[in-house]
Ligand binder design. Structure first.
Ligand SMILES: Nc1ncnc2c1ncn2[C@@H]1O[C@H](COP(=O)(O)OP(=O)(O)OP(=O)(O)O)[C@@H](O)[C@H]1O
Length: 587
């Protein structure tokens, strides 16, 4: 799923490059970590002073009392800095999650229906919900520790070297060993963690698939078979989680071992020199107290690496969506945002064809037509010949694989659709899709999606002209229009398109089978409305009556049959690339 994985590094460079919150957070973190490093050294020096003065018999002198008070202040200071670091980290996590969620949602909303379906909605829900929350440990635990690991050991080595060069060299030689082990563990766990995240995504896909198709599965008596599929996917998830945990514990053990042996080397050397009188108690204690602090941040960063690994996998998925070169922001459209008056405009479709990857037959064979201003053009043809695909092209949802769409306005200005800002272009269009979307709310609110400023009278008139007098404007609709019939949803969509033309400034209507499923009387009402609309209309029509009303008719021809083995079972080997295939096989 991820073309180029960048999660191998300690910090995802894209997070730093593209998020101001992360950059400011890192600067604050480095400052805090440097102060902490100073306090660590100060604490060791004060502990050594208090203990050595106590042992060497000078008793509770003023100097010792001052050192104890200073020691208490240092301990409190470290605790305060730790708290401050935690607060800054938590805020950075909230800010980065807010920013990434916003960017992903904007990116998806800017996209085409094809893009909205890719990645799958269940993946987006997992990613934006529990997925991005996995960045919490990354910011709250891993990054602060990483900054400490880069700062504290360096300061400690310098301080130890200044006090006792031999111990300084011992630590400087053994520290890289811990780093080498950490890198090795990082490489090992990277794939494991990625597999665990994929298993979780697969699980959510599977649940989403099963829930979507539950009615069908139930009716055909196949719902119980799903239990096996869910158990399989759940078991895979459990297996990957246990494997990741095993690695996490094992790698923590290895790091602890290396760090403990290294501290022991320093301690043995100091002990021998203390016994032989080659070293003062003060120096020995100072180095002994300080030495573990050289390894501690590295050990902890190793432990938190596992907590954060899923967060980095999630960030990777987020940037896969944000950096998709097929996305609208990267499509190289001009920044033109001026409104486009399509009244009196001529729209020419010139040799437009659309092919989808993985399909040998085009979804739309090369097609040319001209939408003359104020006329009704009927688009006909057998099912699957690309009528809806052509509507998608005209809506700017799908880019043609070949050919182009040009617009010549009443003032004689010509535009290529590919160069127009899609939002500007769509302000001139009223659209009735094959499966109209309905949001939870009133009928009137759904009609006003076409033109928010439409008055109550205008909404009522549009409903009447769409043959929907039976739909009361204040009637509450459920999500997706679940409490409406298919015909009612269609009439609601026609009313929405009508207010867009009458109150929203649209001058072109693109209607995909607007009268499908309507009774003859209601269909006649809609036909009359379309004839009287006096705007440019492209209507996808299977019904003879709608075709007869049109000023021009374009018939799409059947496409060549795709050369494929009929009923060929998708091979198991391809399943990992297509998680939906994998999950539906279990039915
Ligand atoms: N996202 C997609 N990926 C691959 N193929 C697609 C996709 N969308 C549509 N197709 C294929 O493109 C072809 C044209 O589809 P389209 O919906 O445009 O046909 P249509 O003429 O509107 O059909 P109908 O009259 O049944 O609504 C069909 O063969 C369909 O299977």
């Amino acid at each position: 799923m991820t073309p180029v994985s960048t999660r191998g590094g300690a910090i995802d460079p894209r997070l730093v490059r593209r998020s101001r919150a992360v950059r400011s957070y890192l600067v604050v973190s480095v400052v805090l970590a440097t102060v902490v490093a100073g306090l660590v050294v100060g604490q060791a020096w004060l502990v050594a002073t208090v203990v050595s003065d106590g042992f060497e018999g000078s008793g509770a002198t003023d100097a010792v009392i001052t050192a104890v008070v200073a020691l208490a202040a240092v301990v409190v200071g470290r605790a305060l800095l730790g708290w401050l670091h935690a607060v800054v980290s938590a805020r950075a996590a909230v800010e980065v999650k807010r920013q990434l969620r916003g960017e992903v949602v904007d990116r998806l909303l800017d996209g085409t229906p094809a893009r909205l379906g890719r990645p799958e909605s269940s993946h987006v829900v997992t990613l934006l919900g529990p997925g991005l929350d996995k960045l919490d440990p990354y910011f709250a635990k891993y990054l602060p520790q990483l900054v400490l690991a880069l700062t504290v050991p360096a300061v400690v080595v310098v301080a130890v070297f200044a006090a006792d060069p031999l111990s300084g060299v011992t630590i400087a030689v053994t520290l890289p060993l811990v780093v080498v082990f950490m890198v090795l563990v990082g490489y090992l766990t990277r794939d494991r963690t990625e597999r665990r995240w994929r298993a979780l995504v697969r699980l959510s896909h599977h649940f989403s698939d099963v829930l979507d198709g539950l009615v069908v599965l139930k009716v055909f008596g196949r719902s119980r078979n799903q239990a096996k599929g869910i158990a399989e996917v759940g078991e895979r998830n459990r297996h990957e989680t246990m494997a990741a945990l095993r690695l996490a514990f094992l790698s923590s053990f290895v790091l602890e071992l290396v760090a403990s042996i290294s501290v022991a080397l320093v301690a043995v050397s100091i002990g021998l020199r203390l016994v032989e009188g080659h070293m003062t108690l003060m120096t020995g204690l100072f180095v002994l107290v300080l030495a573990p602090d050289a390894y501690l941040p590295l050990r902890q960063v190793g432990a938190h690496f596992h907590d954060s690994a899923e967060g980095r996998a999630v960030a990777d998925d987020v940037y896969t969506i944000l950096d998709d070169p097929d996305g609208p922001a990267a499509a190289g459209r001009s920044e033109e945002r001026t409104t486009l008056d399509l009244a009196g405009a001529t729209i020419a479709v010139d040799g437009v064809s659309v092919s989808y990857p993985g399909r040998s037959a085009p979804a739309l064979a090369p097609t040319s037509l001209t939408l003359e201003p104020g006329t009704v053009l009927a688009l006909t043809g057998p099912s699957g010949t690309g009528k809806s695909t052509l509507v998608d092209v005209l809506m700017g949802f799908t880019a043609p694989t070949a050919g182009r769409v040009t617009v010549r306005t009443a003032e004689g200005r010509a535009y290529d659709l590919a160069d127009l800002d899609p939002d500007t272009w769509r302000t001139g269009l009223a659209w009735v899709p094959q499966a109209p979307g309905v949001l939870a709310g009133t009928v009137a609110a759904n009609v006003r999606l076409g033109a928010p400023d439409a008055s109550d009278d205008e909404v009522l008139a549009a409903l009447a002209d769409a043959g929907a007098t039976d739909l009361h404007p204040w009637r509450d609709l459920h999500e997706g229009g679940a409490n409406l019939s298919a015909g009612e949803r269609r009439r609601l969509a026609v009313a929405r398109a009508l207010v867009r033309v009458r109150c929203g400034g649209a001058a072109v209507m693109l209607l995909d089978e607007p009268t499908a499923g309507l009774d003859p009387a209601t269909e006649a009402r809609v036909r009359r409305t379309l004839r009287e609309a006096r705007v440019t209309v492209l209507v996808v029509a299977h019904r003879r009556a709608l075709v007869e009303d049109a000023d021009a008719v374009v018939a799409l021809r059947p496409l060549p049959v795709e050369r494929a083995q009929p009923f060929e079972q998708p091979s198991r080997a391809r399943a990992p690339q297509d998680e939906r295939v994998e999950t539906t096989v279990a039915t």
